[in-house]
Ligand binder design. Structure first.
Ligand code: ASP
Length: 343
């Protein structure tokens, strides 16, 4: 590339965009149009940065499918023009949003890097500057053949770039707020920025990049706990218009073997509701049939979520329901990796 890579920085809200007014001690939204003035270090990066901000930046607790589509539309609008994208959101729901975007873009050929921070950008001890600067560096990184190194949706936080749809927020106060228990970091930032190339998704540049905007939100997460009652399970499985359930089970996908429980699951599956078995554990995988307590789940027709995170399972389910796949395809697509989200 003879010209500098062009990066689009999309600000949706969250702590990263705040500055402290030291007189009043209050946090105020930071004007991203004045990025270079506030972070002069950015001038040293070998790229050109354009910024675009939500009209009304949001705390990521208010994130929803409509905002995901807004982010997607911005990326789509600038896709041919820009070489990479950095999306800033609050960290609270970043794992969900970045997972969703990974499914919503098919045949991605450019980097889309999410980041945020635990402390506002204007705070003396902020983690925002490092996260932002390195995320931009990652989005502009190119190999010897002048191709983008990362061609997937990533999440960069505290010196590590993860595959976004493998992440979970695990800490509300430490700078190391995210983990990816079932997949190694795809890049690490130390003295050098090191890409773990063998773990990166390969892109197929001959295929057209598609932007999928249909998502179905009629789903629920049902987390099991010892002594969960029939009334609760029945109430959830009989929600009107329910299309899918992420069933958070124990260990390697185990659930109670009580008759009432299995009967309710069977009834829901027979009514056409997709139920995916995911583990409550941060790491590891569902293995149907490893214990007696998961054999029946398989027999009832549950889908094996394997080592997918709950965040990613939610995004994948909304996406596949939106695509209106038939029953057989839904199961096949869910049980196989679409964007590197499971092994
Ligand atoms: N509550 C904030 C948010 O998720 C926290 C953060 O920005 O990290 O928007």
């Amino acid at each position: 590339m003879t010209k500098k890579p062009e990066i689009l920085l999309i600000y949706t809200g969250g702590t990263i965009g705040m500055v402290k007014d030291y007189k009043s001690n209050a946090l105020k939204a930071f004007n991203f149009n004045h990025l270079y003035k506030n972070i002069p270090e950015l001038k040293q990066l070998e790229c050109a940065i354009e910024t675009i901000s939500f009209d009304k930046p949001i705390d990521s607790s208010n994130m929803n499918v409509n905002y995901w589509i807004d982010i997607l539309k911005i990326i789509e609008r600038y896709y041919s023009e820009k070489d990479g994208f950095v999306v800033l959101t609050g960290s609270d729901t970043m794992a969900y949003t970045s997972s969703a975007l990974s499914f919503m873009i098919e045949n991605l050929t450019k980097p889309v890097i999410f980041t945020g921070s635990q402390l506002p950008i204007g705070d003396l001890r902020t983690d925002a500057k490092e996260n932002l600067i390195t995320a931009i560096q990652i989005a502009s990184a190119r190999n010897d053949k002048d191709e983008a190194i990362v061609t997937e949706v990533g999440l960069y936080f505290e010196y590590k770039l993860y595959r976004a749809n493998r992440t979970t927020k695990i800490n509300a106060e430490q700078f190391e707020a995210f983990t990816s228990a079932n997949y190694p970091p795809i890049a690490e930032s130390g003295v050098h920025l090191k890409f773990n190339t063998s773990f990166l998704l390969k892109s197929n540049t001959t295929k057209k990049t598609l932007f999928r905007k249909k998502l179905n939100e009629n789903i629920v997460v049902l987390k099991l706990f010892p002594s969960i009652t029939k009334q609760v399970v029945q109430g959830i499985l009989e929600i009107p218009d329910l299309k899918g359930v992420i069933l958070e089970t124990y260990g390697s996908g185990n659930a109670p073997t009580e008759d009432w429980f299995i009967r309710l699951l069977r009834k829901a599956v027979d009514r056409g509701i997709y139920i995916v078995d995911v583990t409550q554990c941060i790491g590891g995988s569902v293995i149907f049939g490893q214990y007696e307590t998961s054999i029946q789940l398989k027999q009832v027709g549950l889908i094996n979520g394997k080592d997918i995170t709950t965040e990613s399972a939610i995004a994948k389910m909304m996406y596949l329901l939106g695509e209106n796949s038939n029953k057989i395809d839904f199961k096949k697509y869910f049980e196989n990796p679409l964007r590197g989200e499971m092994n």
